[in-house]
Design a protein around this ligand. Sequence first.
Ligand SMILES: [Zn+2]
Length: 1005
Amino acid sequence: MSHKVLGIDIGTNSLGWALLDDEEGRIIATGVRVFPEGVDRTQTGGEVSKNETRRTARGTRRQTRRRRERKQAVRNALIKARLFPKDPEQIEALLQLDPYELRKKGLTKKLELFEFARVLYALSQRRGYKSNSKTDRKDQKETEGLLAEINQLQSEIEEHKHKTLGEHFAEELKAGTPVRGRHTLRAMYLQEFELLWKTQSKYHSKILTEKLKKQLNNPDETENWVHKGLIYGQRKMYWKKSTIGKCELEPKEIRCEKSDRLAQQFRLYQEVNNLRLIESGTERTLSPEERETLLDYLSSAKERTFDQIRKKLDLYQSAKFNLEAGDRSKLLGMPVDALLAHKAIFTKKWHQRPDQEKTEIVRFILDHDDTPELIRDKAINEWGLDEEATEALLRLDLTEGRANYSRKAIEKLLPYIKQGLPLSARDDTDNALHKAGYSRADQRSRSKTNRLPVPPDIPNPIVKQALHEVRKLVNSLIDEFGIPDAIHIEMARSVSGSADQRLQTTIKMRERERERDAAANYLRQEGFQVTRNNIDRYLLWKEQGEHCAYCDKNFSPRMIFDSNSEIEIDHILPRSRSLDNSWMNKVVCCRKCNSEKAKQTPLEWLPKISQERYDSVLQSAARLPYPKRQRFSQKLEGLEDFIERNLVDTGYIASEVRKYISRLNTDVICTKGQLTSIYRRYWELNNILHDDGLNIKNRDDHRHHAIDAIVVALMNRSNLQKLSGFWKQTRQAHLKQPWKNFRSEIEAAVNSINVSHRTRRKISGALHEETIFGATQESATTYVRRKPVSSINNTSQVEKIRDPQIRKLVKDYLKQHGIDPDSKSQKINEKIWADGVYMPSGVPVKKVRMLEESSGMLEIRPNQFTAPGSNHHIEIFELLDKAGNPILNKDGSPKRKSEIITMFDAAQLAKTKRPLINRNHGPNTRFVISLSINEMILLDIGRNEPVLHRVQKLTKKEIILRPHTYAGQVKDTDKPPIIQRRSPNTLKGQKVTVDRLGRIRWAND
Ligand SMILES: [Zn+2]
């Protein structure tokens, strides 16, 4: 018999994989694929989606581009209307005129046509702020500050009885007050334009026609424009519906907004249907009355905490809900109703409106998010809101993403969910999907294919990236070995979960590390042995208040840490029956208690001895974290259930991944990964990686992912049974290995892996550094660019801020935050900027202009410069003499030269469709090799055999290489045996490619 299982271990930037035959007992193939993570990292380890980084940079560039295009279009229109000269020199002269003075004069006196042209051109350069409800809501605080500043300006204008902004600025300038950079309102410019046009068209009626005016400024709204005209034109912003994922039940429909009332009801009823109550160890569903009460209670609020729910349902404080695990402290109600029932909008009367009406109002708001006028009209004329309430309504942001299904599907499903039916069932028992005429997820997706299709749109950039790699890997494996009989998947905790959860995990891990360090310090100081076991004991002991978990005996430090200690670590739920080896299942207790307890749970053991003792144990357990405390009163299910739990990760991401992989006609399991490290230890796989004399620690070696994948492939019922049996026996040295010679086979397989690294082929994207520099008057090598304040990470940069006023603001801010801005070079943590730097007016300073010295800037557009950016590849060639023979170095090796091609160069080549690699470096040269980042080379490092290396970095002077297995950082250069530095002259090796499955081929260079 043969049974092929593919195990995949998914990490944030790697896939370990192993194809085994668990019937015949052999490893068919195994490997590791490394790829770039799906998110960018901030300094503090936070995540920024790559798209977001790109989007922001693109947004700014787009804005700059549009402004330039607008000026160009206005200029052309004015030339055509013969207001503007054609001759560049005349244009130059025209632009020397002071526009402010002309804007003032033009209100009452005749301007020459070219003067008016200067004015119009100036008006097209700065257009003032125009409110956009969507973006305003996102940055409300910022918008408020901005509007406050504009209000201030408006009252200044009124105070001085100036007719327009232009007149006001002209007077300010005369008085020596700078006006550049002040925030203005679009409406101010529109008013000024109208007044100026009115006056000037009287003097130049033949040229300043109504037609030209409309061409420049036309307040008419059309399908795509809010406001037309070359100067003040404004495109409508709209969300491309096609970019929203489609419903899996109704493939033609887009998924419903989460804020839609139907979607909220759907979620609310589903949660209540899934809610179970745990009272004194037994689990039950809600009674019909309790369910009714709870539904009512939740429907009228944004959310209710579990404590509130217990009170409402008249339950004991000790009663717990199944959904209450972990950090979860509440159930959501109807957040959208709660928002609209706010006293500033619809008030509590909202709740009295008919359901249908409420749903329609919410939908209208969601559907007309980009046209607030329409919402305003409805609100006042149909929904009975006054002006003020309407404004409050328009400030609301209801958008919060999409539900899983479309409105259509939810409408069909909701009646059954309301009846209390589960959404789906594993078998044919009544469920909503079935009743509504849909097939089950697993049945549905079994429109089976022989290859994995494009992965679904999962709202987690790391998983998304990983799944694209999984798809290519699995398809390559199918081509080579056919479809496996089963696929087992395990995701690192750093992969699944939301960005926020992942951050929480990181924080908790760091906290844990700190605790352990502190414990180790204590042990060292007190003269006890610092071992993993002792650190565990210390932490448990402290957590329990320094006494036994099952009796009131106090433990002194000596009792705990002595080598022949009477104190033992116990699993609250016996691990042979629960397979639970987690921290939350561990306590310290005295040997006597432990042997008395034997293979029982506290609930099975204590009450039959004495209820009183059980109660007092429960009482002292109350200080423990909830998951641990809860195990003291938990009733144990059968082992089968625990096995199932380890094999089925029920998390949202895991279920989505399983659904996706199940498109292949094979069994798919997403394991939970709690036991992987245990098997690794018991099967003695931890020291399997040869160090190759390269001094790579195991965790810095990519191949350990392959070992994990092998364990994942073997995660099955039979092996979990064996583990349980192993734990049942009191003393046993070895867990039996899955087959004979298991360990040595793995050792051979893993050590022969060639790690496959994804090469960086894309040139676009990283074309040049995201910032664009401008030239300055200061000097030919001084450039200026705008940078976020928060990117300033060293005091040495503060002096580079161009504007003295802003520079002072930043310095004052740093002083307030305990940093001396005048110290020469002090690091500034990104967190320092969290409070935000503000102008005295309250406007936040987000970006600053900074001066940079550079002699190697590239001009990409008139007055737009960019730093050359990183290097794309290096080309190495040999020098030949006239006879065509290589010129030799002193040591007899051929003399070589090289040329670096930057990303920018490469992009230029690609744009003009020229080959990226130039093999011809002139007469008397012979092309040797080209190398780019992540390309592989079998490098001669002075051993019998060359070792596979990866190009990690390219500089003008050297090529930096690392062994293919090295998983450490680029910057860790202090491990000399690992890092290989070569110059074109000293590089000896053969360039190769390593395909996705780790197979080596000669590269054709
Ligand atoms: Zn005890």
